[in-house]
Design a protein around this ligand. Structure first.
Ligand code: AMP
Ligand code: ZN
Length: 141
């Protein structure tokens, strides 16, 4: 979807996922939020939780959308515990903080005892068979 941005038009891949114009391995959805698998996971089961309404960062969202996002984050964290009791939750706000997709999202990253998964070299693209098995595991209520 094209987001008007001070006269410029910028594409937003996460808005495209919300609108089903781009594919995603969706694991959770409600009226205002969505969660799906990261296509370059740091670890098995790395998920992203987003508001359906576009905003670059958490502080751009209306209060109700922020609260809805946190509720969904809680649900995704609970489901992540099916994979591992331990996980990291991260939010990158701004390019200098490592934000690449400027549609606010929480990362939920299961941890299995690996030393440091937060390196670009440890990121292989999500394989389809793995994605299918994770969707089955994480999308059930
Ligand atoms: P950030 O650095 O916080 O902006 O992270 C953006 C995340 O989105 C990265 O972990 C990417 O691998 C992930 N990502 C980018 N495009 C897609 C997509 N189309 N589907 C799923 N994950 C994506
Ligand atoms: Zn967007």
């Amino acid at each position: 979807m094209a987001i008007p941005d001070g006269g410029k038009v910028t594409a937003c891949v996460f808005c495209d996922i919300v609108a089903r114009r781009a594919p995603a391995w969706i694991v959770y959805e409600d009226a205002t939020t969505l969660a799906f698998l990261d296509i370059f996971p740091f670890t098995r089961g790395h998920q992203l939780v987003i508001p359906k309404r576009h905003g670059a960062r958490l502080t751009d969202l209306p209060f109700d959308d922020q609260m809805a996002l946190i509720r969904s984050l809680d649900e995704v964290c609970r489901r992540s515990e099916r994979l591992s009791a331990d996980y990291n939750v991260a939010l990158n706000a701004g390019a200098r903080a490592g934000q690449i997709v400027f549609h606010v999202h929480f990362h939920v990253i299961p941890r299995y005892g690996e030393a440091n998964p937060f390196r670009s070299t440890s990121r292989a693209p999500l394989a389809e068979a793995e994605a299918r098995s994770l969707v089955a595991e994480l999308s059930r209520t």
